[in-house]
Each structure stands twice: as structure tokens, then as C-alpha cells.
Design a binder for this molecule. Structure first.
Ligand code: ADP
Length: 190
């Protein structure tokens, strides 16, 4: 199985690239942000809980996020591979993911981080906020909080997989096609 963690700050283009990669490599795309928004849209208990954190730019608690991921993986036993988008966002989530994949007799193949400067990220998110309908995309203070959470809690996940020689960075600036080309170059060597 090809199991890719698509990594990078909020607004770095993970969702956009994941959609293209899924088509080319026939992988299952799991975006924890999308899963939470689906729950919010259906007014579920999980959705209400997630929303209370997302609206503040905070992470949803690990136990909740990991439980949701466990269910998603259990519901998709026969996949060729998986693109994880927005997960793991903490070292505890990474450790839990390793156990879940081990139970499926597989493991993380790569973590690829999309490298984008802070100033560009904020600009991109605000632009997305004009059409995404996401309340967390419209407020510069919440965006700054999300970037701070990324730096403090999420970047250690890069180092976690770097210890196993699995982490790499690619330039996340340029056209969507250019960035996709860079990702494919890496994945085609797998
Ligand atoms: P972005 O990458 O632009 O921040 P996402 O859709 O990935 O957008 O995430 C939106 C929000 O959903 C996050 O700010 C966070 O509150 C919540 N979220 C998504 N994934 C996770 C996760 N793995 N752990 C905790 N919270 C998460």
C-alpha cells in the first residue's frame, strides 16, 4: 500500500493536491477537516463538539480525532493506499496512526510537506474564505492562531517521521500543476 501523509500549514494546498493525487494513483483520500465539516453539516454530536474547537482555531482533542480515524479506516478495508490530509496533527495522533496501520499490516510510506511562507498562507486562506463558507477562514486572528498551533503542535510530526527517514519537503509555491508535478516525481519513485 502507498500511504502518504500530505503535510503542511493550513492553506498550503493539501486538499487541492490530494484531489489530483487520488485521481492519478487511485488512493483513498481522508481529510479529517472534511470529516468534521460533514459531521457539522449533519448537526451530529461529534460535529457540535468539533465546531467548538474549529471556530477558535484550536485542534479537536486527540481522542475524538483518533476515534474518528479508526472508524474511517475500519470502514475501508480494501484500499490500494491512503492519502492522509490534515492528519496526524500531533505526535500522539502519529503514534496512534502507526498502531492503526500496523493492525492493517501496513505503514506510512512517506510524509510530504508543502513548504509555503506564512505571509502567502494567510493571503490564500483569506481568499479561500470569500467562497469556502468556512468561518475559520475569514478572521485574521483565528488564522494566526491556526498557524501558531501548526508550528507548536504539528511540526513535531515532521520530525517524528524524519527519524524513520520518511519525511520530505517540497516547494508548495507555484502553479497547482507545478506543485502536482513535484509531488508525482516523489511518488513515482515509490
Ligand atoms: P486547514 O488545513 O486549512 O486548517 P482543515 O480542514 O485541515 O483545514 O482543518 C480545519 C480545522 O479542523 C482545524 O483548524 C482543526 O480545528 C480541525 N482539525 C482538522 N484535522 C484535525 C486533526 N487531525 N486534529 C485535530 N483537529 C483537526
Amino acid at each position: 500500500m502507498l500511504n502518504l501523509i500530505l503535510f503542511g500549514p493550513p492553506g498550503s494546498g493539501k486538499g487541492t493536491q490530494a484531489a489530483l493525487l487520488v485521481e492519478k494513483y487511485h488512493l483513498l483520500h481522508i481529510s479529517t477537516g472534511d470529516l468534521f465539516r460533514y459531521e457539522i453539516g449533519n448537526n451530529t454530536e461529534l460535529g457540535l463538539l468539533a465546531k467548538s474547537y474549529m471556530d477558535k482555531g484550536q485542534l479537536v482533542p486527540d481522542s475524538v480525532t483518533i476515534g474518528m480515524m479508526k472508524n474511517k479506516l475500519a470502514a475501508n478495508p480494501d484500499v490500494k493506499g491512503i492519502i492522509f490530509d490534515g492528519f496526524p496533527r500531533t505526535v500522539a495522533q502519529a503514534e496512534a496512526l502507526d498502531v492503526l496501520l500496523d493492525d492493517m499490516d501496513t505503514s506510512v510510506s512517506y510524509l510530504i510537506s508543502l513548504d509555503v511562507p506564512d505571509a502567502e498562507i494567510t493571503e490564500r486562506i483569506l481568499l479561500r474564505g470569500k467562497t469556502s463558507g468556512r468561518s475559520d477562514d475569514n478572521d485574521p486572528e483565528i488564522i494566526a492562531k491556526r498557524i501558531a498551533v501548526y508550528k507548536n503542535e504539528t511540526t513535531p510530526v515532521f520530525d517524528y517521521y524524519a527519524e524513520e527517514g520518511k519525511s520530505l519537503k517540497i516547494k508548495g509555491v507555484g502553479s497547482i500543476e507545478d506543485i502536482f508535478g513535484r509531488l508525482c516525481e516523489e511518488l513515482d519513485t515509490f
